[in-house]
Design a protein around this ligand. Structure first.
Ligand code: NAP
Ligand code: F7E
Length: 343
C-alpha cells in the first residue's frame, strides 16, 4: 500500500520540492491550498497538470488558521505522515503583521496537532522549525539542538510556540512529532522577497537592462545558506527513524549578504567594488564604475539576527543526511535560472 502524506504549505518553495521528492518515493501526496483571488500554484502546476500522477497527487482547499478544515482533511485523508510547512514565513513582514503571524505561524500548529491527535494519532508529524529560534545570544555559534533559543522577531517568537507544542505533544501523547530546525535554504523557487532571490533576480534584470540597481538593507547579516532540495530529504528522513526527535539541518558555513551579492555578480563577470560604510555603503562595477548596489534603510528590521551558522552533526550522524549543494553552486544555480527566465 502506498504511503499517504499531507503537506501544508504545498504551494511554497519547500512544499514543491517535498512533493516531488515524496512522489518519487511512491507516496500519495495531498496538499492544502488556501483560496486566493488569483492563482498561487505556480510552483506545483507541473504536478497538478501531470496526468500520469492524477491518482497520486491531490490538492484540497483549507487554511491553517481554520481548525474545521484541518480536522476534516485529516479525517478524510487519514495521512501516514503530515508535514507542516505552512506559515507566514517572512521575518521582516512579521513585524508588519505580528498578530496574524502569531496566528498562522504559531497557534495554527496546535490546531493541526489536535486534528491529528483526535483523528489519526498514529500519524507522524514534521514541524518546520527554524534557525530564527536562535539569534539573540552573542557567542553562541555554531548553533545546534542544544543552543538556547532567543527569537528576535514576531516570526521567531511564533515559531518558538510551534517548536515547544510539537515537543509537548510528543511527550504528553506519545505522538511521533519531530522538529526540523532548518537554517536558511534557497533555490530558484525561493520567494522573490527573500534576500537571495531578490539579489539573483536583480542581477538578471540589471544584465538585461530591466533594472538599474539593487537596494538592500543589512549587508553585514550572516546566514548559513543551503539548497532547499537537500533539506526536504532531511525532513523525510526525520520521519523514517525509530524514534521522534529534533534535528538541525545546515551547511556549517556562513556568509554575509554582501558576500552573496559579490558571488551573484561574479556569475555574470562583474566584480563589485564596495565603497563607504553603513547606509552610505555602495557597490560599483569595478571595471565601469557604474553604481549597482546601495543601502536603503527601509529594508532594516526593528531587530536583527546578525549571525547564523548551524551545526548539523546530529543529523549527519543519526539520519546520514548531508547537504550536497555548496554555497557557490547554489548562487550559480539561482543566477542561471533567473537569467534563463528573462531570455
Ligand atoms: P514559503 O515559500 O513562504 O511557503 C509558505 C507556504 O505556507 C505557502 O504555501 C503558503 O501558501 C502557505 N501558507 C501561509 N499561510 C497559510 C495559511 N494561513 N493557510 C494555509 N497555508 C498557508 O516558505 P518556505 O520557504 O517553503 O518554508 C516552508 C516552511 O519552513 C515555513 O514554515 C517556513 O517558516 C519554514 N522555514 C523556512 C526556511 C527557509 O529558509 N526556507 C528555514 C526554516 C524554516 P500561499 O502560497 O497561499 O501563500
Ligand atoms: O533575510 C538581510 C535580512 O529575508 C536574510 C525565512 O525563510 O530564513 C528566512 O528568514 C538576511 C536578513 O531571510 C535585505 O535583514 C538585507 O538578515 O532572506 P531573508 P531570513 O530573515 O533569514 C529563516 C531561517 C526562516 O525561517 C524564514 O522563514 O538578509 N537583508 N537586505 C535583507 N532581507 C530581505 N528580505 N530583503 C532585503 O532587501
Amino acid at each position: 500500500m502506498s504511503k499517504i502524506a499531507l503537506i501544508t504549505g504545498i504551494t511554497g518553495q519547500d512544499g514543491s520540492y517535498l512533493s516531488e521528492f515524496l512522489l518519487s518515493k511512491g507516496y500519495e501526496v495531498h496538499g492544502i491550498v488556501r483560496r486566493h483571488s488569483t492563482s498561487c500554484t505556480q510552483r506545483i502546476d507541473h504536478l497538478i497538470d501531470d496526468t500520469s500522477i492524477k491518482d497520486q497527487f491531490f490538492i484540497h482547499y483549507g487554511d491553517l488558521t481554520d481548525s474545521c478544515s484541518l480536522a476534516n482533511l485529516v479525517k478524510e485523508i487519514k495521512p501516514y505522515e503530515v508535514y507542516n510547512l505552512a506559515a507566514q514565513s517572512h521575518v521582516g513582514v512579521s513585524f508588519e503583521v505580528p498578530e496574524y503571524t502569531a496566528e498562522a505561524t504559531g497557534v495554527s500548529t496546535i490546531k493541526l496537532l489536535e486534528a491529528i491527535r483526535q483523528n489519526k494519532s498514529d500519524c507522524k508529524f514534521y514541524q518546520a522549525s527554524t534557525s530564527e529560534l536562535f539569534g539573540g545570544i552573542p557567542g553562541t555559534a555554531p548553533q545546534s539542538e542544544k543552543t538556547p533559543f532567543y527569537p528576535k522577531s514576531p516570526y521567531g517568537a511564533a515559531k518558538l510556540y510551534s517548536y515547544w507544542i510539537t515537543v509537548n505533544y510528543r511527550e504528553a501523547y506519545n505522538m511521533f512529532a519531530c522538529n526540523g530546525i532548518l537554517f536558511n535554504h534557497e533555490s530558484p523557487r525561493r520567494g522573490e522577497e527573500f534576500v537571495t532571490r531578490k539579489i539573483t533576480i536583480a542581477v538578471a534584470k540589471i544584465m538585461s537592462g530591466k533594472q538599474e540597481k539593487l537596494s538592500l538593507g543589512n549587508l553585514n547579516a550572516k546566514r548559513d545558506w543551503g539548497f532547499a532540495g537537500d533539506y526536504v530529504e532531511g525532513m523525510w528522513l526525520m520521519l523514517q527513524q525509530d524514534k521522534p526527535d529534533d534535528y538541525v539541518l545546515a551547511t556549517n558555513e556562513t556568509h554575509t549578504v554582501r558576500e552573496f551579492v559579490d558571488a551573484a555578480f561574479e556569475e555574470v563577470g562583474i566584480t563589485i567594488e564596495w565603497r563607504g560604510t553603513g547606509v552610505k555603503e555602495k557597490g560599483y562595477d569595478s571595471k565601469t564604475g557604474r553604481l549597482l548596489v546601495d543601502v536603503n534603510p527601509k529594508y532594516f528590521r526593528p531587530a536583527e539576527v546578525e549571525l547564523l551558522l548551524g551545526d548539523p552533526a546530529k543529523a549527519e550522524r543519526h539520519l546520514d543526511w548531508k547537504r550536497k549543494v555548496g554555497f557557490r553552486e547554489l548562487v550559480k544555480m539561482m543566477v542561471k535560472s533567473d537569467m534563463d527566465s528573462l531570455e
